[in-house]
Design a protein around this ligand. Sequence first.
Ligand code: IPM
Ligand code: MG
Length: 356
Amino acid sequence: MKIAVLAGDGIGPEIVAEAIKIFDVLRAEGETIEIERAHLGGAAHDAEGHPYPPSTQRIAGAADAVLLGAVGGPQYDSLPRAMRPEQGILGIRKDLQLFANLRPALLYPELAGASSLKPEIVAGLDLMIIRELTGDIYFGQPRGRRTNAQGDDEGFDTMLYARPEIERIARVGFATAMKRGRKLCSVDKANVLDTSILWREVVTGLAHEYPEVQLSHMYVDNAAMQLVRAPKQFDVIVTGNIFGDILSDEASMLAGSIGMLPSASLDARGKGLYEPIHGSAPDIAGTNKANPLATVLSVGMMFRYTFGRADLAARIEAAVRRVLAAGLRTGDIAAPGEAVTGTREMGDALVAALRK
Ligand code: IPM
Ligand code: MG
């Protein structure tokens, strides 16, 4: 198992360090795990002058899977857009053709109180958002700045999907639904956008190939509302890049904390980039406060999706449940007055739980 590790910026190095402890345990048990580190984001800009430098392209390209911490920080805000840390993430997604982004929102029963929603609304929540990741308004051309006929400054972007792009992500949606509750909700804005009219047409056209999946469609504004009104109505949601970006952040709060949610970004052959869905949290970087569990769970997803090792994934997930059941809480998931555990201590507890 050849893994490229990109720690990134902010809390990235701290949370990745805890995930590496898992690899160490498994290696000691005899698993063949090879790690190669590379730079991404602001750290890459600092070290090599580009957020996704050639050395990282080579290392990530040669690996079976990539583990990413997080990128970004206020010190990079003034860089030109092409040099900003976010371009590192967007660049690697596009370069490795990681078009399918899986973002599960699972509420651990121990954390029902950490959600900002009433426990009865979120108890038992288990939904999967599948976000298209290499198209849409994120990458559509043309885009840019110009001056219009009135002499006013304009900024513009292009929302764009081609039929094959919609087809392949829709298939991931249907296939995922087949492995879960067999309900797929496709989210679009087909009452307004041409891109979405095509999206809905293509998704609907595939439904007969998956007769066991109950397909529904929802406008994105309604989906945003339904996610906080009655989130348990959803099993799998499939949607485009920008709607998925927004809805997955919203869904993360259902699960108590964005610090709990892993993600997988997969290509057509199962190679993947795995990262927590939270950001680099520069405000708490270097303070041993970050929650490493989303990163640890991302490693679990890596074993499940890229390496076909559901056994290791299940062990990691069980270890996470065990540390939560033992009452360990980083600041983001602690109830008021509850004792707070540090990043490293959480990682050590996890390793101990994993060894059992
Ligand atoms: C995410 C992030 C990224 C995105 C940023 C950092 C480019 O918000 O992974 O959701 O918008 O896709
Ligand atoms: Mg986002």
